[in-house]
Design a protein around this ligand. Structure first.
Ligand code: NAD
Length: 479
């Protein structure tokens, strides 16, 4: 018989043995005071502050992520979530009383959030630290044990996460299991109490199928093609800066990066000129080539470099025009910020999630046409609307279903801890961040307490005599 796969690096236990240990501890975690959960979170907060350099170094090793971007999108975002959670934890964990309907007078009702138990967090490579730590914060706040499976594509960060968890937690509470899809497949065979997956829609389907085997609840944070729609009333310089910033961050490897732009035909050329100017200001000040910029990351590995470069090549062959950019360097895994015009609707770049610094720009002549173009794709994770016209804003928000949206902004809805974050359909199931993240890792136990025996529904118990029937009649009529 083949031996059970071991969970390398963070633990000497086999995956099933680690799971069993966490299952045992989950019972104790369930009984813990909220203050113990908060103490765990505070330790994590201190570790993040003390290890800022190590986090930046790991991200730089994996894909030359600029330290400023790591500070903002991996460390600050994690600590914002953590501190928001700490300041609301007592309130979220407290029972929530509900009103009593007339028919149930004499009872009390409340909803009690309880830990789900042993949870699995599968993280992607694009924000490899934050997207492991952010769900961990919610899992711990809700009182769970957790196994984290980081992405194998960012090994320096995976190793750092393993060290972080060894230093902070007993592995019966939090453990990191490193490995690729085979390790993930082994983990997914186990009856976890919740699976929090961040990654592609394709793998999301595999995760959901595996979860169905145990009827395990899932949060699926997936991706897709997030459009930016720019109408003729928009402040074009502002829109261009925000779109180029959102696209250039992490070299376009962001789940909510503007994937493509739809702009009113009357202002396309002006918008493209502003985007070119913004790209120069951000990434080639003084005319230095973008490849020498310290503010622009690399593509994570050769496979993804080949995929993104292939999208560019295919678009060119299909007749798209490169407005600016277009340089690639395989040895550096560098792809220049590139704006493409007139990519055909059936070209791969207009069909697949780009996940790299390529930005196709298409035009529309009426807003309804823009809506139709977006809605030919599966529902996006994010929708970006640039307009000064309130009616156009209302129309676009009402007619394009999406996980989330920004008006005259990109990306920032993700950073707001009071805004639940997640997708819709192909871009995801469930919500994370703040209270929504806490609830994703909690079971809402609804409790009804009978205060006075006499006021129960006993008069309606069998046998169903005429009196009972009359009382039910009154109930239907009056209550
Ligand atoms: P991915 O789906 O390839 O991998 C994600 C994780 O799943 C990794 O840990 C990987 O090891 C694991 N995995 C891969 N194949 C598996 C399998 N067959 N069974 C079980 N697990 C498997 O995604 P990625 O390439 O790491 O990340 C990019 C994708 O993630 C993009 O689509 C992006 O939009 C999406 N994403 C979404 C969010 C969000 O918050 N909604 C955030 C970041 C990334």
């Amino acid at each position: 018989m083949a031996s059970a796969p071991t969970a390398p690096a963070a633990t000497q236990l086999s995956i099933p043995a680690l799971f069993a240990r966490q299952r045992g501890r989950a019972e104790a975690l369930r009984r813990e005071a909220v203050s113990s959960r908060a103490a765990r979170l505070r330790r994590l907060d201190t570790w993040l502050t003390d290890n800022r350099d190590a986090i930046c170094e790991a991200l730089y090793t994996d894909f030359r992520k600029p330290a400023v971007e790591t500070d903002v999108t991996e460390i600050w975002s994690s600590q914002t979530e953590l501190r928001h959670t700490l300041s609301h934890l007592e309130q979220w964990a407290a029972p929530r009383r509900v009103g009593t309907p007339m028919a149930l007078v004499g009872t009390n009702g409340w909803v009690q959030a309880e830990p789900k138990g042993v949870t699995l967090i599968i993280a992607p490579w694009n924000y490899p630290f934050y997207l492991a730590v952010d769900p961990l914060i919610s899992a711990l706040a809700a009182g769970n044990a957790a196994i984290i499976k980081p992405s194998e594509m960012t090994p320096a960060v995976a190793e750092l996460l393993a060290r972080m968890c060894r230093e902070l937690f007993d592995e019966a509470e939090v453990a990191v299991v490193q490995g690729d899809k085979e390790v993930a497949t082994e983990l997914l065979k186990l009856p976890f109490d919740h699976i929090f997956f961040t990654g592609s829609p394709q793998v999301g389907k595999i995760v959901m199928r595996a979860a169905a085997e145990h009827l395990t609840s899932v949060t699926l944070e997936l991706g897709g093609k997030s459009p930016a729609v720019v109408d003729e009333t928009a402040n074009l310089r502002d829109a261009a800066e925000k779109i180029i910033w959102g696209k250039g961050l992490n070299a376009g490897q962001t789940c909510v990066a503007p994937d493509y732009v739809l702009v009113h035909e009357a202002v396309r050329d002006e918008l493209v000129a502003e985007m070119r100017a913004a790209t120069q200001r951000f990434y080639s000040p003084g005319g230095r080539p973008v490849s020498e910029s310290d503010s622009f990351a690399r593509i994570v590995n050769d496979h993804h470099f080949g995929r993104v470069a292939g999208l560019l090549e295919d678009a060119r062959q299909q007749g798209a025009e490169v407005a600016f950019g277009g340089t690639t360097d395989a040895a550096q895994r560098f792809i220049e910020p590139t704006v493409l015009l007139d990519a055909p609707a059936d070209s791969r770049i207009m069909q697949e999630e780009i996940f790299g610094p390529l930005l196709p720009v298409s035009t529309f002549s009426s807003l309804s046409r823009a809506v139709d173009l977006v809605n030919t794709h599966p529902k996006p994770l994010a929708l970006y609307v640039f307009t000064q016209d309130r009616e156009n804003q209302r129309y676009l928000l009402q007619n394009i279903p999406a996980g989330g949206a920004c008006v005259n902004e990109t990306i920032l809805h993700l950073a707001h801890p009071e805004l639940p974050f997640g997708g819709f359909g192909n871009s995801g199931i469930g919500r994370c961040h703040g209270h929504a993240g806490f609830m994703a890792f909690s079971n809402e136990k609804s409790v009804l307490k009978q205060r006075v025996g006499l006021t129960s529904l006993k008069p309606l118990y069998p046998p169903y005599t005429n009196t009972v029937s009359k009382m039910v009649g009154l109930l239907l009529r009056w209550l």
